[in-house]
Design a protein around this ligand. Structure first.
Ligand code: ZN
Length: 317
């Protein structure tokens, strides 16, 4: 009984806070907070005019190493729903939720995707597909690859999870969210088909790409391209001189010519690889964040189209 009345007291307090700090037109909208831009774009596509959206890590930001601010805690305290990627991507989110006092739903957008697991192999990170459920069953604490959004099939699951969560948090507009999610899902399916036909023409012995950090394994699994990276799953790690030398050897042995820098990481390591292996950098791939509105990847769909066309161009030039 105490708990219920306390809950209502906090809810009333939260409503009061929202009403006094946001414009009146926004008072009846669902206050959605996402951790990074890719989730933010998906939420905007599903939520449309019925949500007010705040994204914590902005365009070209690196969520792996993000340090939340007191302003982020205030944003969370006023949220109706918080959307996160999960799979260990936002190592800082639990602490932030606790510090903010937010006690609403924290929705994991990657729920029910088939996660890739990290494994050490031949001096570079190698990943084997393994179901998350199997992982939990084995009670094995292996590192999982968080970059699941880099497969449009996973993106569709993210969108379905987001639509379900928004509908549960705001039942009055459930049909609206379902309708918008279905329309957006159709665009993801169409883009996947477009990218497949574009990449299908690349000969199988050339399908090898170097990027800064290991953000494209899901992309690689979806479109049969091998990605190699000097930096591991998280941008927090740094490669040893031996690991870099091993990668240069591999580039020479396997004839890897397609090298890319990323929008969120320091380009110097890839520039060094290019120099040492006598290769040319193909351009910039968008890995863990979208660009700003005037950049080449302001939306999730734009990001995928941009990355796929940059990769296709590197193989055909
Ligand atoms: Zn990453």
């Amino acid at each position: 009984m105490y708990r219920i009345s306390r809950h209502f007291f906090l809810a009333a307090l939260a409503t009061f806070a929202v009403a006094t700090t946001t414009p009146s037109w926004a008072a009846d909208k669902l206050n959605v907070v996402t951790t990074f831009t890719i989730l933010g774009d998906m939420a905007r596509n599903v939520g449309g005019e019925h949500i007010v959206l705040t994204t914590l890590v902005g365009p070209n930001g690196d969520a792996h190493v993000y340090e939340p601010t007191p302003a982020d805690a205030r944003v969370l305290a006023e949220a109706d729903i918080v959307l996160v990627n999960g799979l260990g991507f936002e190592g800082w989110i639990d602490r932030l939720v606790k510090a903010s006092g937010y006690n609403g739903p924290v929705v994991v957008a990657s729920k029910s995707i088939s996660a890739l697991k990290a494994e050490e192999d031949r001096g570079h990170k190698h990943y084997a597909a393994e179901a998350l459920a199997e992982e939990a069953k084995e009670q094995h604490h292996g590192e999982l690859d968080p970059h699941a959004w880099q497969d449009l099939a996973n993106g569709r699951l993210y969108v379905a999870n987001i639509a379900r969560a928004l509908a549960a948090a705001d039942p009055a507009h459930a049909i609206h969210y379902r309708h918008r999610a279905k329309a957006y899902d159709g665009r993801l399916v169409a883009l996947d088909r477009e990218i497949r036909s574009r990449l299908d023409t690349i000969p199988s012995d050339r399908r090898k790409v170097i990027t800064s950090h290991d953000a494209f394994r899901y992309f690689g699994r979806a479109y049969s391209i091998d990605f190699f990276a000097p930096v591991g799953l998280s941008t927090e790690s740094e490669p040893s001189a031996g690991e870099v030398a091993a990668l240069v050897r591999q580039m020479r042995d396997k004839g890897i010519r397609a090298l890319f820098v990323e929008n969120i990481t320091d380009p110097r390591l890839v520039q060094q690889l290019a120099r040492e292996a006598g290769a040319v950098i193909g351009g910039t791939l968008y890995s863990d964040s979208l660009s700003g509105p005037t950049g080449p990847a302001p939306t999730y769909l734009d990001m995928f189209r941009h990355n796929a066309s940059e990769i296709a161009r590197a193989f055909t030039s």
